[in-house]
Write a protein that binds this ligand. Sequence first.
Ligand code: GTP
Ligand code: MG
Length: 509
Amino acid sequence: MREPALTDARRVAQEALALYADDPATREMISAYDRRLQGPLRIALAGMVKAGKSTLLNALLGEALAATDAGECTRVVTWYRRADSPSITLHPRQGPPRRLPFQRDNGRVVLELGATTAEEVDWIDVGWPSESLRSLILIDTPGIASLSTDVSARAHGFLTQRSGASAADAVIYLMRHLHSSDRGFLEAFRDVSVGASLTVNAVAVLSRADEVGSARIDSLVSAGQVARRYADDTELRSLVLDVVPVAGLLAEAARTLRETEFRALAEIAALERAARENLLVSADRFAWVAGVTSLSEHRRRDLLSRFGLFGIRLSAALIRGGANTSTALAEGLVEQSGLHALQALVRDHFRARADTLKVYGVLPGLEELMRERPRRGSDILLAEIERIFATTHSLRELAVLSRTRAGGYPLPAEQIAEAERIVGGAGGTMAVRVGLADGADAPAVRARAEELLARWRALAESPLTERTAVGLCHVVIRSLEQVAAETMRADSPRRSIGRLLPDDVVLPR
Ligand SMILES: Nc1nc2c(ncn2[C@@H]2O[C@H](COP(=O)(O)OP(=O)(O)OP(=O)(O)O)[C@@H](O)[C@H]2O)c(=O)[nH]1
Ligand SMILES: [Mg+2]
């Protein structure tokens, strides 16, 4: 099922191209918007310096491609998109784009900027033959240190650009602790995203989660508690849809685990308990103490940089618990890293709404462009954009969701929570929308939808309901009607009922 608004938005773009046929500069901008509508969803990874963005990008890709730590290329906005063969293009701030030579160092792409400095680069486009990029473009951004530095300002500028044709459709925001700069950044992003505020395209990651509990084996449990506290924080709730803890380093190492690494970790796991615990007391000790294993200091340091002390401890525990192949260990580590939870958020909140998010991002940009350059016929297209926003249900759902998160409706908390779920705030499957377990059968979902419909219709008609809340009720009612109609179509009990929105893309795994 295609999102009808996407077809409408593409038609507006085509008509705008015809309208500005004699103005190449405007046409180029409109074409860029049209490419954004046609292309895969663009997800940017953002956050402060060294939050773990590039590491997490690699974990999502399943390949250690993006450079981490030092180097000029960590200071440039870099796009990773699918291509049949590797190609890297540098887009300078001034002058035409040019192909870049590159080398791989231990898998990672090392870009050779030559005489060009990061400051002179607008962005870098990496085309890579990766299946994980079939449905997504991942955008790595430089760390935001303080807005006074040029690099930070550029990362900030990229992420908060006003409905630009090259903007991201959604953001994964990494934070190690909730810092005031994080709030400032998220607010800026919310304020500029697509005309109205749009919290619904941002999720937060409590990153480097293994470090929360000083690499103790229960670190991720502590990180989970911190993330839940953040997720309930009223201010943060209005900025991001959810907060999940992720140990990106662990996920990256697990998804690129080598057989030799598995054997080294298995050797550590097989040590007698006292010797093992003694070796794993601290990273320094692990690197320095010789003679306990057959591993050279160099190999031990390699393991530390790939897995972290926590990753080594956890691997030993998993191997001792029965993960006796590299595949089993990799699966166990990915599960523990929190990557799956993040992938589920990306699936439910971003991919399931990919078309809607693109339209929500692009139309205000086209609108602004035509308002700045009015000519005969542009008012008709502007009216069409207004009509699309007013009548497209999925766009209205996003607007409602963003407003409920910001506390914008005069209704009790339980009703707000229910409304959020019904418009897709907890994910797009119909069972989840009506508050049942994912996978519930069609008759149960229909019965529950009918029950909720009766309740929300009564609320909409009650003289006690405030006017602003009535608007919310109508959107909720329409969503429930769609759920009920869809369950009618799913007449066979074996046919699973899916999402209200398209979901034909494969998650990076
Ligand atoms: N322990 C631990 N270290 C991590 C994790 N993720 C990243 N790191 C380390 O943190 C450092 C920075 O990681 P990057 O992925 O380069 O961080 P970044 O946010 O891309 O950094 P900039 O682009 O320079 O802002 C590296 O040394 C990583 O190995 C993690 O989950 N756990
Ligand atoms: Mg980086």
